[in-house]
Design a protein around this ligand. Structure first.
Ligand code: MN
Ligand code: MN
Length: 294
């Protein structure tokens, strides 16, 4: 493979890995590790169900919000935050299977009052902004200043919080370094800088909480990402931790997919992932990568 096709493999790995993690984790979202063990032994197949009663291969808000954000970037390559917000409104009004409270509040604030962000808030430290940022990463691989500005603007539509901001930028930089093959050390250094800046993110030793609080989410994702050596075991470890398992699964799938490439995603997972979603992700990944000049 040449450099372009390797980069494409890792970018597709990140986006499809993200969706697979969402679909895999949704089955056990909000369960405890004990309950998962009782029901499934080890949960390792994309089978749908869960509290949302999903079909096998169906994704949730994590992937859906990423896709509508990605579409706004493709439609407005110079960035248009109102187009992003308008797409979120249209998505909200399509009655999606799930939506976080903080996301709903921010989207409704924009819809009803036209506001693109609220005041900084300690209550907005959920993972809802961080979880949907991958399209920004893919569109700005060689444009770090744009990556930061666009990421923060899209985050602040719903989450105006320093922990959410720092986590979003960190995971984005990690994915970028993996897709661009900067080396494992560079990737790890981004995670360590986050912990240096905000010690609450420390993930070693792993505290074992996997809630939707951005700190718990990131600790879970980083713990399993750095303590696994292949795509499949990384995702299985994360989702069997339960809690916000679709979101931790998605973010772990994003990192592991960027590291190992799309070829390492189990075919059994890829083949069951909703066909429409797979097609949209493939199309978006190509279009978003083309916005960079390598
Ligand atoms: Mn979800
Ligand atoms: Mn979730």
């Amino acid at each position: 493979m040449n450099e372009d096709s390797e980069r494409l493999s890792r970018a597709l790995g990140a986006y499809l890995g993200f969706a697979c993690g969402d679909a895999l984790g949704a089955t056990v979202e909000f369960m405890s590790p004990k309950k998962i063990q009782r029901l499934y032994g080890v949960h390792r197949d994309i089978i749908g169900g869960g509290w949302l009663g999903l079909e096998a291969g169906q994704v949730t808000d994590d992937t859906q919000m990423s896709l509508v954000l990605g579409q706004a970037i493709i439609d407005y390559p110079d960035w248009n935050i109102r187009a992003v917000a308008d797409n979120f409104v249209a998505w909200l009004e399509s009655e999606p299977p799930d939506i976080g409270n903080t996301c709903r509040r921010g989207i409704e604030r924009y819809r009803d009052r036209g506001e693109l962000f609220g005041p900084p808030s300690a209550d907005e430290a959920g993972n809802g902004a961080c979880m949907r940022n991958l399209p920004v990463v893919l569109a700005t691989l060689n444009r770090p200043a744009f990556f930061e500005a666009w990421s923060l603007e899209q985050c602040h539509l719903t989450h105006h919080n320093a922990l959410s901001d720092a986590a979003t930028l960190t995971l984005g930089r990690m994915v970028n370094s993996l897709i661009q093959r900067r080396g494992d050390e560079v990737c790890r250094q981004h995670a360590l800088s986050l912990v240096e800046q905000f010690p609450e993110f420390r993930f070693d030793p792993y505290p074992g909480k996997a809630t939707g609080y951005i700190v718990d989410t990131v600790q879970t994702v980083l713990h399993y990402f750095f303590n696994s050596t292949d795509f499949e075991s990384c995702l299985i470890g994360v989702v069997n931790q339960g809690g916000d398992a679709d979101t931790t699964g998605a973010l772990a799938g994003m990192l592991a997919g960027a590291k190992y490439g799309v070829e390492e995603i189990p075919l059994g997972w890829l083949s069951i992932l909703n066909r429409q979603v797979t097609k949209q992700i493939q199309k978006q990944t190509h279009a978003l990568l083309q916005m960079n000049c390598f």
